[in-house]
Write a protein that binds this ligand. Sequence first.
Ligand SMILES: Nc1nc2c(ncn2[C@@H]2O[C@H](COP(=O)(O)OP(=O)(O)OP(=O)(O)O)[C@@H](O)[C@H]2O)c(=O)[nH]1
Ligand SMILES: [Mg+2]
Length: 337
Amino acid sequence: MPDVNWSTASATASATALAALAGPVDAALGGDRRALARLISLVENDPSAAPAVLARIHPLTGRARIIGVTGPPGVGKSTIVDGLTARFRAAGQNVGIVAVDPTSPFTGGALLGDRVRMQRWTTDRGVFIRSLATRGHLGGVSGATGDAIRLLDAVGFQVILVETVGAGQSEVEIMDIAHTVLVVLSPGVGDDVQAQKAGILEIADLLVVNKSDLPDAGRLAVQLETMLDLAPVPPPWRPPVLKVSAIDAETLSELVQACDRHFQWLKGEGRLAARLARRTGHELSTLIGRLASAEVVRAAELSGAWDKALEDVTSRRADFYQVALRLLREAGLGSRE
Ligand SMILES: Nc1nc2c(ncn2[C@@H]2O[C@H](COP(=O)(O)OP(=O)(O)OP(=O)(O)O)[C@@H](O)[C@H]2O)c(=O)[nH]1
Ligand SMILES: [Mg+2]
């Protein structure tokens, strides 16, 4: 049995669910931060609640500017997020922060650092910080994160900063949501640049060499430039390599300017629309996959075909593809033999 609450995993927002969530959603839209926090938990932990929430907030989304910050553990992503937050606040903008699967809980020191850094925002109503532990959750990483970001967008956060660790497939998915992606590295962590090359090139709009107050930052920056030079086809946007020290206000201002330049470039010649279309297609196909899978398994369970399907595969009577295609056909989806 898959670990899913099938009784509520309905593909559409039922009238009852809509009515039950109308109050909390309206409260969040009205500025109630606790209601917002509870709604984010709800979409994170119970994907079946998401349709009702999304039905209500979708028209209000699409206004926020989303900046992704990713990179290996400990390179200074949170410090940069904090510095950027200060700058956007100084410019009068509200900032929502989403930390996806933060490594900090496993590295006590960093968690303390995060707490201290974030403390200064606790009395600022223009900042909302949220951690999401989404890895391995039903619906995949992008589902819950995307919905949390949409909630922050709907309630009026003008800038949303998303921090994730690493440059793997999950980060690529999450970062697809962002307008501008900062890949952060720091001296010492740069040694595995080669290993991460593919991921970095795929997602970086800006390459940030943080901790440039430490030795070897220059060498890492040169390595990254060389890596960019080697690209077989010059990309339409070559990610600038920026030497930053998250604790140096001057370099952070340069980082904000670089983010702005990228955003302006993106807005030109239909690029933003193209990125939006790509991202929407990606999210939609992922969602269809998730919902269709839930429906197919539910139908098979109801008809008793699920147990037989498992038995066929485990006894080697049929392979995964044959059984999956059979179940899809039985659910009225797909026609291939
Ligand atoms: N010297 C120096 N230290 C920095 C700089 N930026 C961050 N640090 C320190 O690096 C450590 C890690 O910083 P974080 O911002 O927590 O790094 P992170 O990438 O968010 O870490 P995780 O979320 O745990 O992956 C902290 O002790 C920071 O104070 C910098 O520019 N220079
Ligand atoms: Mg962090």
